[in-house]
Design a protein around this ligand. Structure first.
Ligand code: AMP
Ligand code: MG
Length: 315
């Protein structure tokens, strides 16, 4: 394969409720298991809304108007989340947990299966949504309403940020590509010095791709699309990305959004935010964060920022 003596290690598994895979150049077998357990620890100790005892779970359980001491990590995630929320006109919101529970679109096996919520239920739950009800001073958090945090929109990106930090410390590893659901990290270089190729799914036919991105060096790519998770009720599809302005699955002019950024968190946050915002405002928001953006529009056409063009090859 022209890899000389470089050791290639590969692994796949289910983490964060999605399928993950990794290919590491110059790694030891043990690196794979270390990385998966890093992701599981992040989910179980910090991010999960479902795992009892995680930090997010504790915040969600805490009574209104009591002070909760957060880790610096979670404080950072919430601060950046607040900023993206402000810049996205509130379409991105990490406090949507009650509404997400109501819709229950990512119901797990063994849980109650989803039913269509009533308008009244949606409005009632929307009353407990908004980062304005979450005040953060340093690492101290106080909830003013029974808001429920859900960091599902950024979990995979955060995990990829942590994976990159690990890879940087392991000097022997010169390249890697790691994917967690719709989020991908490319790291360093392949031994044959060719670009990493990251395929973009065709949202209208998920067995196909619309093309791929060619990336050299370290980047984060994240795609958000209504095709990733949805339920069908009365012959209508309801997908997993909600519009906090209406309480319903978002209904903009796009079928999917792909972001390239040098931050895993931002690539993940922005793909979700820009999916809700749609093309025009999404382009603007991605630009504010120096991120490249590509949209598959509802009519099947492909639109992108000018700085995405050199990276994309259409099928
Ligand atoms: P992603 O697949 O990265 O776009 O994230 C989707 C997940 O983020 C959903 O499954 C919810 O957990 C959560 N979510 C849904 N809508 C929003 C929103 N408007 N802002 C922030 N998080 C959301
Ligand atoms: Mg996301």
């Amino acid at each position: 394969m022209g890899c000389g003596t470089t050791r290639v290690r590969e692994g796949s598994g289910v983490v964060m409720g999605t399928s993950g895979s990794m290919r590491l150049y110059g790694a030891e077998e043990a690196d794979i298991e270390t990385l998966w357990s890093l992701v599981r620890t992040l989910e179980n100790k910090t991010l999960s809304r479902r795992v009892e005892g995680s930090e997010v779970w504790k915040v969600n359980q805490a009574p209104v108007n009591t002070t909760i001491e957060l880790s610096e990590k979670l404080t950072d995630y919430l601060q950046v989340g607040e900023e993206v929320s402000e810049k996205s006109e509130g379409t991105f919101d990490l406090s949507l947990g009650n509404l997400i529970t109501l819709w229950n679109i990512d119901a797990q096996v063994g849980e109650e299966q989803p039913v269509l919520p009533t308008q009244e239920e949606i409005e009632k739950n929307l009353e407990q949504v908004g980062m304005k009800y979450v005040s953060l001073e340093g690492t101290k958090l106080v909830k003013q309403e029974s808001v429920c945090l859900d960091l599902g929109a950024v979990g995979k990106g955060i995990a990829l940020d942590e994976i990159k930090v690990y890879l940087e410390q392991r000097k022997g590893i010169q390249g890697a590509i790691v994917s967690l659901g719709g989020s991908v990290l490319t790291y360093g270089n392949k031994p044959d010095a060719t670009a990493y190729k990251v395929a973009i799914v065709n949202p209208q036919n998920t067995g196909e791709t619309i093309g791929f991105l060619s990336l050299t060096g370290s980047h984060f790519v994240s795609t958000s699309g209504g095709y990733e998770r949805y339920i069908e009720l009365n012959n209508k599809r309801y997908h997993h990305i909600l519009d906090p302005r209406t309480g319903y699955p978002s209904d903009s002019d796009v079928l999917s959004v792909t972001i390239v950024s040098d931050s895993g968190y931002l690539s993940d946050a922005l793909s979700t935010a820009c999916f809700v915002l749609g093309k025009e405002k999404g382009l603007k928001l991605a630009g504010e964060y120096q991120a490249q953006i590509l949209f598959v529009m509802k009519d099947g056409s492909i639109e992108m920022s000018s700085d995405m063009e050199p990276l994309f090859t259409a099928k």
